[in-house]
Design a protein around this ligand. Sequence first.
Ligand code: SF4
Ligand code: SF4
Length: 300
Amino acid sequence: MSFKIAIASGKGGTGKTTVSVNLYQYMKDNICDSIKLVDCDVEEPNCKLFFPNLSLSRTEAVNQIVPFIDDKKCIFCKKCVDYCEFNAISIITNAKYAKVNTDLCHSCGACLVACEFDAITEHPLSIGEINYFKPDKTEQIAEGRLKIGSAMQTLLIKELKKNTSDTTDLIIYDAPPGTSCPVVETVADADYVILVTEPTPFGLHDLKLTVELLAEIKKPFGVIVNKAGLGTDDVYKYLKQNSIELLGEIPFNKEYASLYAEGKLLDSENSIMEEYYQIIAKNLERKILVFEGDKYFKQK
Ligand code: SF4
Ligand code: SF4
């Protein structure tokens, strides 16, 4: 069983993915080589851009099972509409119109049970794919990639997590930005959540929303302040007032920003920034040992 860490942020642009890829690389190189990075930001997965030597080892299609109504068998009684809790079925009796809105359908199967006329059958609908990459000898990076036009982020993330769960000691999930259902799905079975924020009024506002969400679903978490040195100290005051652990800070650094813009990792070219990841990794290591009693996380 793995120890799972989800890296999330209340808003985009805080540096969540940068933290995910650099923390993964730091942990892999220095602390735990049984580690996996899973990019759950399925609408815009870009972790892989930071690893130029990555090779795609395989791709799996992910389908949603959706109902289809045969209007030759349908008598337009609307019983299926009453059974559907997600308002995914439209029936217009006079027009003899019957259709399932696959964007709203949750594949619960209730309409199939409802229909006594055998008018509904199930069919697979592609919602995206899971790509597995090999940075070196083992498959250690995976991403979900949502099909353009699909609204099934949550289902794809669920499949992605299920298909990447194995005996790896540590799994890092790069969560989508925000506080909506795809984020909840990503952090749902994480053992610990890292929130990445920035010391600005917008950063603080979105941090508060994410903290409320994690408190509601009872997830342990800590905070990394990215772009430290910019903005105000309101984020730090908030953390202190609410006894939230500050796992580490990553100062704003022009060289670091340009490395990010070029899709490069820090460790190859920026040893000063690597020190900050060392502090974060040490804080995490202590936390993981506390939570799991040394069971799932092995020092070299
Ligand atoms: S329950 Fe069956 S017959 Fe009735 S409207 Fe739905 S699909 Fe048509
Ligand atoms: S499978 Fe469930 S959610 Fe989808 S249309 Fe049928 S009842 Fe509605």
